[in-house]
Design a protein around this ligand. Sequence first.
Ligand code: 5RP
Length: 235
Amino acid sequence: MADVEALKKKAGIEACQFVKSGMKVGLGTGSTVKHTVIELGRRMAEEGLEIVGVPTSLATEKLAIEVGIPLVELSEIDGLDIVIDGADEYDPDFQLIKGGGAALLREKIVAQESSSMVVVADDRKRVDTLGAFPLPIEVTPFSHEATVRALSRLLDCRVNIRMAGDGPVVTDNGNMIADAHTGPKITDPNSLETQILQIAGVVQVGLFNNMCDAVVLAGSDGVQTVLNPKGRLTS
Ligand code: 5RP
């Protein structure tokens, strides 16, 4: 476990290479990207880096304030230069599953507003086919049982409302998370995203398609930055 933590920290810090003074930066959510946020705060305090951030969750907002990153609302600015975020899985086409931390809606809004997206991950997140990690889907509390049934029919798999103790997990937006246990079978994430979003009670799905430009990947042999050949970033 300590090793995984060390890998997450390495990836999180290495991704800061993409951030330059003057940038507007989306700040992702999770145990890997938290190291990015902390390092960006350190560079601001010690090295004169000047950025503004948009957090993707209340937890990241709290951390960013603690480390001294000035925050703005998306409504105040005309897009972001970059978002750095974690992922639960990524496949050879750089398609992602996200939402393990229940922040997928704000993460996706911020990613869509960004000119580039860098994912920070340890090498357990790299898969051939998406879906071993249960697919997180944000759903409205209203009639969530019906939404879960519709998802289960569509995906032909078990779908569970994510729980925290005795009650459901409540997202920063007041919604619930349905986790779909598809198994590693998501070969066409573009089409699946479209189909899932057609169910009325679905707010958003944790498939992040055609968004990721690079993965900063930490493994036992070190940290490597893998650029998406179809992406918006060059070395
Ligand atoms: C939160 C997310 C996270 O980025 C994802 O779960 C990865 O988190 P971690 O770095 O803690 O493994 O999508 O909604």
